[in-house]
Ligand binder design. Structure first.
Ligand code: NAD
Length: 483
């Protein structure tokens, strides 16, 4: 098999040789080095930015139907190369097959929806107090947009920004996470090149925090779209604020499932297992806190522990499993540490609780109190901590006790009661009689508080997010002012 071009070159508007170091691509399930990837330097960020800025006007001026055609071709190519993309998602990121397939389908939908954006109305006409003057207001591209992505859903979370940003006439420089540089980066460069994105318009710069910081600090990159941890997002927000740079921050979560005393416990436990253990719990919307009414807690715990006990963890490339590996050893150790510290403070392990290398059992913890790390911290692992409450008021206080505010779920036989409760939760998304991991691409997605800047991705929100506006007034002829 020939060596992939991305082992030695960077996609900076087209494939180009680069001087930075190569980084190994390691399979988290086995520790095997699968390939190497060319990484970028601060000088490459500068070079890519200049190339992108030169290309941006021509891209923006390309008729809308031609931009749409390129995005539709990218969507088709994602499907044509599905086997290869899913294989990388499984081996590079530890995704089980159905997760990889779902992620690819979701990315396909994003491309199709972005293809429809350039033909949306792009402005409004306003009256004027002056005679013979017309006022109009229109959406214009921002310029060059830097997209910084995480490793957990590396394709979707990169491309949900890349596609609409391109659709609205921006150039884009994507920095994938080091743990997912191939499926979340270099493969997407190949796809967009083959789809016919003109030279100079799209760039992929693999690398770590240093490359991300160079993007954020570059004065000619006019927007940063960041998805990742709250700690890094806060830092990026500070820099962007100082530079008056637009920034969209989609950050961490510590999402609550609220089980009221009238809930259907079978459905609630099924939702809870999916929300807590899907993709080894490495999802920003993971059901990371289970708040359960005391009167139903014992039955809920039993049902959830029984489901957790049936789940098999293993190498998703070699066998059919429910849980693959965590992304790397430091994440696996972090999850273990949160469980151990919580148990030392009095929590009880009801299912799982063991780490085996990068693998971690589906775990249920009972007796969790707000002081314990399993309640207070984003776990990002397959752990379901259970905390009891006695009234709806107490449940609301517990949900809102977290500084994060991404998603919540409420289980109740009364949708009216659940909706009343939902109104009082400080979270960006609430799902009634479902679990917290939900994403429908036509519905604006996003969090509050430490989960982000309340910006939104998806559907009509993309028009707002990836454009700025310009007011143009037109006088039929000049007038005389008093001096
Ligand atoms: P992370 O913040 O460590 O890294 C995210 C990206 O930022 C990576 O590409 C990384 O290389 C880059 N980066 C790191 N330091 C940087 C810096 N100083 N400047 C610029 N870029 C920098 O997050 P992660 O571990 O890759 O992802 C997990 C986190 O992402 C979790 O907290 C999760 O909740 C969050 N997340 C949020 C959403 C959402 O939509 N709200 C979705 C997925 C993941």
């Amino acid at each position: 098999m020939s060596t992939p071009i991305w082992e030695t070159q960077l996609y900076m508007g087209k494939w180009q040789p680069a001087d930075g170091p190569q980084a190994p691509v390691t399979e988290p399930a086995t520790g095997e080095v699968l390939a190497k990837v060319q990484t970028a330097t601060a000088a490459d960020v500068d070079r890519a930015t200049r190339i992108a800025n030169d290309a941006q006007r021509h891209w923006a001026e390309l008729p809308f139907d031609q931009k749409a055609e390129i995005l539709r071709r990218a969507a088709a190519l994602l499907k044509e190369r599905a086997e290869e993309i899913n294989r990388w998602n499984t081996r590079e990121c530890g995704s089980i097959g159905p997760k990889a397939e779902w992620e690819l389908q979701a990315t396909y939908e994003q491309a199709q929806m972005a293809a429809a954006l350039p033909m949306q109305p792009s402005g409004q006409i306003f009256p004027s107090s002056l005679p013979r003057r017309r006022n109009y207001w229109k959406r214009v591209p921002i310029g060059t947009v830097g997209v910084i992505a995480p490793w957990n859903f590396p394709i979707l979370l990169a491309m949900r920004s890349v596609f609409p940003a391109l659709a609205m006439g921006n150039c884009v420089i994507l920095k994938p996470a080091p743990d997912s540089a191939v499926c979340g980066g270099t493969l997407m460069a190949e796809i967009l090149e083959a789809a016919g994105v003109p030279e100079g318009v799209f760039h992929v710069l693999p690398g770590g925090a240093d490359v991300g910081e160079s993007l954020v600090q570059h004065p000619e990159i006019k927007m940063i779209s960041f998805t990742g941890s709250s700690a890094v997002g806060e830092r990026i927000g500070e820099t962007c604020g100082r530079m008056l740079k637009k920034c969209a921050l989609e950050l961490g979560g510590n999402n609550a499932m609220v089980i009221l005393d009238d809930a259907d416990l079978e459905a609630a436990a099924s939702s809870a297992a999916w929300g807590a253990f899907l993709h080894q719990g490495q999802i920003c919307m993971q059901a990371g806190r289970h708040l359960v009414h005391r009167s139903v807690a014992e039955r809920y715990l039993e049902k959830l522990a029984e489901r957790a006990g049936r789940l098999v963890a293993g190498d998703p490339w070699q066998q059919q499993v429910h849980l693959g590996p965590l992304i790397n050893e430091s994440q696996a150790r972090r999850v273990e540490e949160i469980v151990v510290r919580s148990v030392e403070m009095g929590a009880q392990v009801v299912a799982g609780g063991q780490r085996n290398g990068n693998f971690f059992d589906a775990t249920v913890l009972a007796g969790v109190t707000p002081q314990m790390p399993a309640f207070a911290e984003e776990i990002f692992g397959p752990v379901a901590p259970i905390t009891l409450f006695d009234s709806d008021e107490e449940a609301i206080d517990l949900v809102n006790a977290s500084p994060y505010g991404l998603a919540a779920a409420i289980h109740s036989a009364s949708t009216e009661r659940a909706q009343r409760l939902a109104e009082r939760l400080r979270v960006g998304m609430v799902h009634i009689n479902d679990q917290t991991v939900n994403n429908e691409f036509q519905v604006p997605f996003g969090g509050m508080g430490r989960s982000g800047t309340s910006g939104r991705f998806g559907g009509p929100a993309n028009l707002e997010e990836f454009t700025t506006t310009q007011w143009v007034s037109v006088m039929e002829q000049g007038i005389q002012y008093p001096f």
